[in-house]
Design a protein around this ligand. Structure first.
Ligand code: NAP
Length: 248
């Protein structure tokens, strides 16, 4: 059964990692996929071709989600090209980890802008379309770190906790128009973002997770599929931890 047949989804930051996994699962389920990237033009083109080969409409856009005007222009362009927007996945994100003592103002601001302000920018931009449609699903990619905090990630944790407050507020504000907003809090998902880490540290994390492995982009993508589809028609304002039991 295809769960997103004919729906149009915008996924930010899908040139690699979790976003790319979401784009592929959505395409398998019949969604037309508009996705963004920051600089990976080559892998974006590869993904665009891979998705198109699945028989759906797909297009990659170079667009900085942290820029208010670029986010608006992106949504205008997607509307012109795809005709509608049913689902928004705010997935783009970065880390700039450091102990507070060594964290620069620039690294704090950059992480907040790309991870949190981007969610405001994109949600504002799709709001009008979803209000007109009287339906829509918005999914924000938070993190277990936004729920629990993490030493060395004060900027990242603040951005991800901010996304949760934003998610709940939007769910309350737009629920009467049948627009749902939920957040996913992935635990340790093995992507390029985590490949930068020391292998001993990574193995230590795997060992400490109840399910004894890191998550895959597909694990997160499947949770996104649930929130994007009508399977979750009565679910809004929630945070789903996809973390192998880590936060238990
Ligand atoms: P990733 O592999 O580093 O990929 C990040 C994606 O975001 C890339 O496609 C990148 O594009 C894009 N991007 C970065 N800055 C952007 C901007 N300003 N505008 C638009 N796109 C931008 O990251 P990931 O591990 O897949 O993580 C995806 C999301 O899940 C992030 O929000 C992250 O915080 C969250 N998350 C990840 C984990 C984990 O363990 N991996 C855990 C919890 C939460 P380019 O390729 O062009 O740079």
């Amino acid at each position: 059964m295809k769960l997103l047949e004919g729906k149009v989804a915008i996924i930010t930051g899908a040139s690699r990692g979790i976003g790319s996994g979401i784009a592929k699962i959505f395409a398998q389920h019949g969604a037309n996929v508009a996705f963004t990237y920051s600089s990976s033009a080559e892998s974006a083109l590869v993904l665009e071709n891979e998705l198109s080969a699945m028989g759906i409409k797909a297009k990659g856009y170079k667009s900085n989600a942290a820029d208010f005007n670029e986010a608006q222009k992106l949504v205008d362009d997607v509307l012109a090209e795809f005709g509608n927007v049913d689902v928004l996945i705010n997935n783009a994100g970065i880390t700039k980890d450091n102990l507070l003592m060594r964290m620069s103002e620039e690294d704090f601001d950059k992480v907040i802008e790309i991870n949190l302000k981007s969610v405001f920018n994109m949600t504002k931009a799709v709001q009008k379309i979803m209000l007109k449609n009287r339906k829509g699903s918005i999914v924000n990619m938070s993190s277990v770190v936004g729920v629990k905090g993490n030493a060395g990630q004060a900027n990242y944790a603040a951005s991800k906790a901010g996304m949760i407050g934003f998610t709940k507020s939007v769910a309350l504000e737009l629920g009467s128009r049948n627009i749902r907003c939920n957040a996913i809090a992935p635990g340790f998902i093995e992507t390029e973002m985590t490949a930068k880490l020391n292998e001993d540290v990574v193995q230590g994390w795997r060992d400490s997770i109840p399910l004894k492995r890191g998550g895959t982009p597909e694990d997160v993508a499947n949770a996104c599929l649930f929130f994007a589809s009508d399977m979750s028609a009565y679910v809004s304002g929630q945070v789903l931890n996809v973390c192998g039991g880590m936060l238990t």
